[in-house]
Design a binder for this molecule. Structure first.
Ligand SMILES: Nc1nc2c(ncn2[C@@H]2O[C@H](COP(=O)(O)OP(=O)(O)OP(=O)(O)O)[C@@H](O)[C@H]2O)c(=O)[nH]1
Ligand SMILES: [Mg+2]
Length: 302
């Protein structure tokens, strides 16, 4: 059989379930997931195999109307992912339907991406609605845009995901595989580890979560005894945010650190010693280095 390989970009509004779908396709948690919008900040590649095809999924930040510099960099990264892909899959939330945000994405798809590129629709979270509503939504969206195929899935529960994977595998171009057979992610381990800590912070901080927060892995040391020491910095923009992240008597940062350590240790298969430091850095949202650490372009996207 001939080998096939290529890139499949997952795009959609914030919270559509793109990262959940990527993780399910890859079979490991490569990209962080929370119930909050704007969780993913950069392009994250995860690799899945289906028969003779290697499908490289590209998770992207949610698409919305950006205002701040970080927003603009995120949205630019998402459209960049779509522009580079062989196939684009637009995720739409079943229970929210055709929102103005979805229409805006379709508009941009038409203007910037569509030419010669295969675009499919995946209505996600079908576990949240009645089946009757799905057909009408699918028809409506297909009227707005000529999707090559439409799928109805639940990324969380797995419904319809095998069909989507099979179709992607047979639709990708013929060609040699792009990654070694056993590789599942294309993101430096230090970045995955920082993302895991950011996820735990996001889950723990609820409404108090500062938007102006980022996590970087500063030091990574694989020790002779088989364990790994990891030092990370949590950057916040204001003094008040430092207290929020630390929590009463340091309880918040302690529980975040424990949860992140366990997840990183499981991922790398080694015991981990994780040290978190919180730093107040008022201008970090305008520092080029912070963006490159996140895998984003500092230059303003359009
Ligand atoms: N009920 C239900 N919830 C889902 C499904 N897929 C994802 N979710 C939930 O939707 C929320 C958002 O999921 P993510 O995968 O982080 O969404 P995303 O599109 O990557 O979001 P951003 O990175 O912020 O753009 C999480 O709480 C998921 O558990 C699904 O099929 N059904
Ligand atoms: Mg995401």
């Amino acid at each position: 059989m001939t080998q096939r390989a290529g890139f499949v970009a997952l795009i959609g509004e914030p919270n559509a379930g793109k990262s959940t779908l990527l993780n399910r396709m890859v079979g490991a948690k490569v990209s962080i997931v929370t119930h909050k919008v704007q969780t993913t900040r950069a392009r994250i590649r995860g690799v899945a195999l289906e028969g003779e095809a290697q499908i490289v999924f590209v998770d992207t930040p949610g698409l919305f109307r950006p205002r701040r510099r970080l927003d603009r960099a995120m949205v630019a990264a998402a459209w960049g992912g779509a522009a580079d892909a062989d196939i684009v899959v637009l995720l739409v939330e079943a229970h929210r339907g055709r929102t103005p945000g979805v229409d805006a994405i379709i508009e941009t798809l038409r203007e910037r991406v569509a030419e010669g590129r295969t675009v499919a629709l995946a209505i996600n979270k079908i576990d949240r609605v009645k089946a009757e509503a799905l057909l009408a939504l699918s028809a409506d969206l297909n009227e707005a845009y000529p999707f090559a195929r439409s799928f109805m899935i639940s990324a969380e529960r797995g419904h319809g995901v095998d069909d989507l994977r099979r179709w992607l595998a047979e639709t990708l171009p013929e060609g040699p595989w792009l990654y070694p057979e056993d590789q599942i992610a294309d993101l430096p381990m230090r970045m995955i580890a920082a993302e895991m800590t950011r996820e735990k912070l996001t889950l723990r901080l609820h409404q108090e979560l500062p938007y102006e927060l980022t996590v970087e892995t500063e030091n990574w040391e694989d020790r002779k005894d088989g364990s790994t020491r990891i030092d990370q910095i949590v950057y916040v923009a204001r003094d008040g945010h430092k207290g929020i992240v630390l929590g009463h008597k340091g309880e918040t940062i302690k529980s975040v650190s424990q949860a992140a350590r366990a997840e990183i240790a499981e991922f790398i298969g080694r015991p981990v010693h994780l040290f978190l430091t919180v730093k107040v850095r008022p201008g970090w949202l305008d520092e080029a280095e912070r963006y490159s650490e996140m895998g984003l372009d500092f230059r303003d996207g359009d």
